[in-house]
Design a protein around this ligand. Structure first.
Ligand code: ADP
Ligand code: ADP
Length: 229
């Protein structure tokens, strides 16, 4: 599950200017796609269209063969997990932040769920425990620690499709590599779309597309694109 296709997708905000000019993407279930390109190329827009924040001007997007125009927003939200660049945490415990939406769950319940989903290593590496208060009134987490919490929160929902929208771009390269490594280990067979500014931050992906001004200007494997640079 989690086979994503874009077929000649066209889009412009408020129909003024075209932002995406005929995008074709095929991400087989369980594979990884990296989208790289300069700021303003349309990368985040692709993520927003998958979530159906906006309607397309042309073409179609399917998930497992189903046109998302005919899928309810609720089921899209269940199917897609997005980790943004800047995570805002609730002024509550780490456990609450990870288990957000699980009404009545205690920190212990969340810890057990995280262990069951094999994502406890995102959190166990933190010096703070599940019951530590974080946010404005509690402990201040580093950017990398916050992103670990954000990724764990998203993975706990076990979405077939995971989108990392510049999720590790703001981190130093060592922290970024550590997080991506953990993610690779716990989420190896999930369809994953990674959005990044630079090719150099893409460690591994089954396919990479380079987006510029709303067009795919290059596609290939990491090795092939690096060799061309
Ligand atoms: P990227 O993620 O590659 O930096 P975006 O998808 O965020 O690019 O933006 C693509 C283009 O769409 C940019 O020119 C941006 O200014 C424009 N844009 C983004 N969001 C909106 C919006 N809500 N309304 C109008 N234009 C937007
Ligand atoms: P980010 O790059 O942090 O995801 P956005 O994608 O929301 O931010 O915005 C990207 C660019 O699109 C920015 O330059 C922003 O000024 C512009 N933008 C965002 N919303 C709108 C909008 N409603 N109308 C026009 N431009 C917008």
């Amino acid at each position: 599950d989690g086979h994503v296709r874009f077929e000649d997708v066209r889009f412009g905000y408020e129909n003024e200017r075209s932002i995406l000019n005929g995008i074709d993407i095929d991400v087989p279930a369980g594979s990884t796609l990296a989208i790289v390109g300069p700021s303003g190329a349309g990368k985040s827009t692709i993520a927003r269209l998958l979530y159906r924040f906006y309607d397309l001007s042309g073409g179609r997007i399917t998930i497992d063969g189903q046109d998302i125009a005919h899928v309810t927003q609720a089921s899209l939200r269940a199917a897609i997990g997005i980790v943004p660049q800047d995570t805002v945490l609730f002024n509550d415990t780490i456990g609450y932040n990870i288990g957000y939406g699980r009404a009545g769950a205690t920190a212990e319940d969340i810890r057990a769920a995280a262990k069951g989903a094999a994502i406890d290593r995102f959190i166990d590496i933190l010096p703070q425990g599940y019951e530590s208060e974080v946010g404005e009134r509690g402990l201040k987490l580093s950017g990398g620690e916050k992103q670990r919490v954000a990724i764990a929160r998203t993975l706990l929902k076990d979405p077939p499709l995971l989108i990392l929208d510049e999720a590790t771009s703001a981190l130093d390269s060592r922290t970024e590599a550590e997080i991506l490594d953990t993610l690779g280990a716990v989420s190896a067979r999930r369809t994953t779309i990674t959005i990044a500014h630079r090719l150099s931050t893409i460690v591994d992906a089954n396919q990479i597309i380079v987006l510029e001004a709303g067009r795919v200007i290059e596609r290939g494997t990491h090795a092939a694109l690096m060799a061309r640079d």
